[in-house]
Design a protein. Structure first.
Length: 139
């Protein structure tokens, strides 16, 4: 039994952690300074799916590494924190991917998603960014 507790404790210590900005405004400022995009997670305090997303998918080492490499992450509470009105969240959790200026890269992603699915959304975001850069270069 003691061995099981030690394994659980070791697993908790090795869990990856995202560096969350203190506010939406701080995230945008940091993203501009670091030439990164912004990941906005809109949640509610008593939302079990929000907690599950944060404690599983958003602590997966691959997801954390990818988000940390290209994004400044911020979690805001729906109806409480200050963030742009165009970031709607009829349901939570809601993930938005934004350019450093705060404009949308793609529509928001609602709900809890597994690591594999969340990585797929990040692939979609990367595709949109590359497509937009290619279109801008053609002009």
């Amino acid at each position: 039994m003691r061995f099981v507790f030690m394994l659980l404790f070791a697993a908790l210590l090795s869990a990856a952690e995202l560096s969350w900005a203190d506010s939406y405004a701080d995230a945008v400022a940091k993203a501009k300074a670091e030439n990164k995009n912004v990941l906005v997670l809109i949640s509610k305090d008593r939302c079990r799916w929000c907690k599950k997303l944060k404690t599983t998918t958003l602590q997966d080492e691959a997801v954390v590494a990818r988000v940390e490499r290209g994004y400044v992450a911020v979690e805001v509470t729906r109806g409480v924190d200050d963030y742009p009105e165009y970031l709607k969240a009829k349901m939570v959790p809601m993930s938005y991917f934004l350019y450093p200026d705060g404009s949308l890269i793609m529509r928001g992603v609602a709900g809890y998603w597994s690591t594999e699915d969340y990585m797929s959304f990040l692939d979609d975001v990367d595709y949109k960014i590359k497509k937009q850069r290619a279109q801008s270069a053609e002009k």
